[in-house]
Ligand binder design. Structure first.
Ligand code: SF4
Length: 333
């Protein structure tokens, strides 16, 4: 092993953050942590990781649970498609296959997640390259504009024979997550500083990706009935979850007329998705039907925001009692 590789591993053993999945060998538990970390910050992911594994300690337990319950346990972690994929995977296989090639074909497992599980749980020599690793390598070798594919190949060629592939992958990722930060990397504390070619101008590598973000104006219609709120099952990215009707803002008059209600504007909610910024007008009305307690259903974050905005205002009118059950992670009114 080269001196810089030894230095990185020694640094990792001493400085790695003590996370609940650190040193984990159970492929299912590794998978859950990696799927959570795909779009959730480490600090936020920890309570969800614990809660999810407490309720679904094995792949079998997950596969036997109804999707709605899985989504309820996932509630608040966001990006629900991840939970839908995990559930589908658990129904598809009895045990996780032991190779990168087989793992890669399973629902929700891209090359990165498959490589992370294969290297950490099964010791396969395959580089797990996420954004952190790409940034570290681009700086280390001063590779301006290197393609993800080139960086993947480089990562693979750098894996030392003598190191455990899972530990090596985690060491590179940890360096990117805690020292080689996107802005203002802590080069003074970096074990690779003496051989880093990019440290004079680290923010040049790799070039930031510009993402187009679309703005969209929507309307949410909160209908308060005799026993709670009118909810419907959502489709598309929120499949399996529940919410109030949501549609393009200009459709409000037609929708209100069809339902025979006269809504009024209660406020606005902003919500950011990966490629869209939503500005949601929140409209509310009393309604002839019964409705239900929304906090007993799995709701996407956007719907939680809408309901938190609308329900206190509607309930103040005192016409109907407000459903009071407190969902996990949501403040009471
Ligand atoms: S020296 Fe700085 S830029 Fe280079 S790898 Fe370390 S933290 Fe990143």
């Amino acid at each position: 092993m080269k001196a810089w590789q030894e230095a990185l591993l020694a640094w990792y053993r001493k400085h790695a953050r003590p996370l609940p999945w650190r040193g984990e060998k159970d492929p299912y538990r590794i998978l859950v942590s990696e799927v959570l970390l795909q779009q959730t910050q480490v600090r936020q992911a920890i309570p969800y990781y614990r809660r999810f594994l407490q309720r679904f300690p094995t792949l079998k337990a997950l596969g036997e649970a109804p999707l709605e319950e899985v989504l309820r346990v996932w509630q608040g972690a966001g990006y629900y498609r991840r939970a839908v994929h995990l559930h589908r995977l658990a129904q598809q296989v009895e045990a996780l296959p032991q190779s990168f090639a087989q793992l890669k074909g399973l629902p929700g497992l891209g090359p990165y997640t498959a490589a992370a599980v294969a290297s950490m749980a099964f010791g396969e020599r395959v580089a797990a390259v996420d954004g952190n690793v790409r940034r570290v390598l681009a700086r280390l070798f001063a590779l301006e504009g290197a393609s993800p594919k080139a960086l993947q190949g480089l990562a693979q060629s750098l894996m030392p024979e003598e190191a455990h592939p899972g530990e090596w992958n985690q060491a590179l990722m940890e360096l990117g997550a805690t020292v080689c930060l996107p802005r203002k990397p802590l080069c003074g504390a970096c074990p690779l500083a003496s051989r880093c070619r990019g440290k004079e101008a680290p923010e040049r590598y790799p070039l930031p990706q510009r993402r187009k973000v679309r703005e969209e104006r929507l309307a949410a219609l909160v209908l308060l009935g005799r026993k709670g709120v009118y909810l419907e099952r959502l489709e598309g990215r929120f499949q399996g979850l529940y919410g109030v009707p949501l549609f393009p803002a200009e459709e409000l008059p037609v929708r209100a007329e069809a339902l025979g209600v006269a809504p009024r504007l209660l406020g606005e909610v902003r919500h950011a998705l990966t490629h869209r910024r939503l500005l949601v007008e929140v409209h509310g009305a009393f309604w002839e039907g019964e409705g239900e307690d929304p906090w007993k259903r799995p709701l996407p974050k956007l719907m939680e925001k809408v309901l938190r905005q609308a329900l206190p205002l509607l309930a103040h009118e005192g016409v109907v009692p407000l459903p009071h059950a407190k969902p996990h992670g949501v403040e009471p009114f």
